[in-house]
Design a protein. Structure first.
Lengths: 82, 209
């Protein structure tokens, strides 16, 4: 089936996650082969997704873990699970 | 993401409840990041999110014997974090533009992507990672709350759709819809500014050369 750009955009997120069925994936792939715009939309969306998963981009505040476990230590001394 | 290990968790919980309290540190550690970022997305304030994260960890500890094991441990932990965050928002009396508990996803809104044809053609000029992080955080912060939560758990913490749904108390269908819209909004605001920045990770453009 031939699908248009709007149709492709609707499924971009699911496509990136591998959540579209084989038939739809084939339609999208065929569209992407000839559509420069959708290829760029897909690549840019995928780039954003990849960047967000990069732990160096989203870091915990400095000392977060130390402070959390110090507080937990104080709490663990006070009470057991009730 | 650190992959949760249900057997390790179950063993840990059993031993903590039997008196080995110090093991709680190891039990909660793999969930720390997700707790913090979920709370940051709710509260939008680093100091407040950190304090709420500590409170969450303490509540998890005090309620450990109530964990039934019918959901993943981290899902349970994140629902406690979410309640902590929502409770604080209620206390602040924050009027929000969108209800975080909303279960409906109306069909309004424009999710048209930014059209650019030159994403791959411009040579990569290394954006400073710090600068990049600031850009991303700013764009995520500008998302409506119900989308921000989903993106945080799914794309930043890389939780799967089922776990994200469990942690947020929404259906898997709602996760998919919100994720799609969130990514579309992020692509639109970020793509023009990130033009030319190609993150290094294998297989990024693979599969359909």
């Amino acid at each position: 089936m031939r699908i248009d750009c709007k149709h492709v955009w609707q499924h971009i997120s699911a496509y990136i996650d591998g959540e579209v069925d084989a038939a739809l994936r084939a339609d999208i792939d065929r569209h992407l082969e000839t559509c420069e715009i959708c290829s760029a939309v897909l690549d840019s969306t995928r780039n954003v997704v990849v960047l967000m998963a990069d732990e160096r981009v989203f870091e915990l505040p400095v000392g977060f873990s130390e402070r959390l476990h110090e507080r937990l230590d104080r709490e663990l001394e006070l009470a057991g699970p009730s | 993401m650190k992959t949760p290990d249900p057997e390790f968790e179950a063993e840990c919980i059993r031993r903590i409840l039997a008196g080995e309290r110090q093991l709680f540190h190891d039990l909660i550690r793999p969930s720390e990041r997700a707790i913090y970022f979920l709370l940051l997305s709710l509260l939008r304030n680093e100091a407040e999110a950190e304090d709420a994260a500590q409170e969450t960890a303490i509540k998890v500890y005090l309620n450990l014997k109530n964990f039934r094991g019918d959901s993943q441990f981290r899902t349970w932990v994140l629902s406690i974090a979410r309640n902590e965050g929502l409770g604080r928002l209620r206390k602040q009396g924050t009027r929000r533009e969108d209800s975080l508990d909303a279960g409906t996803d109306e069909q309004t809104g424009d999710y048209t992507p930014a059209i650019l044809t030159s994403w791959r053609e411009i040579p990569s000029e290394a954006l400073e990672r710090k600068e990049l992080g600031a850009l991303l955080r700013e764009a995520i912060d500008a998302l409506p709350g119900i989308y921000r939560n989903v993106v945080l758990l799914r794309d930043i913490e890389e939780m799967d759709i089922r776990e994200t749904a469990g942690a947020l108390g929404i259906t898997e269908g709602a996760v998919k819809v919100r994720l799609h819209r969130a990514r579309a909004l992020l692509q639109r605001s970020l793509a023009p500014r990130l033009k030319g920045f190609v993150p290094k990770r294998r297989g990024l453009f693979g599969g359909r050369a």
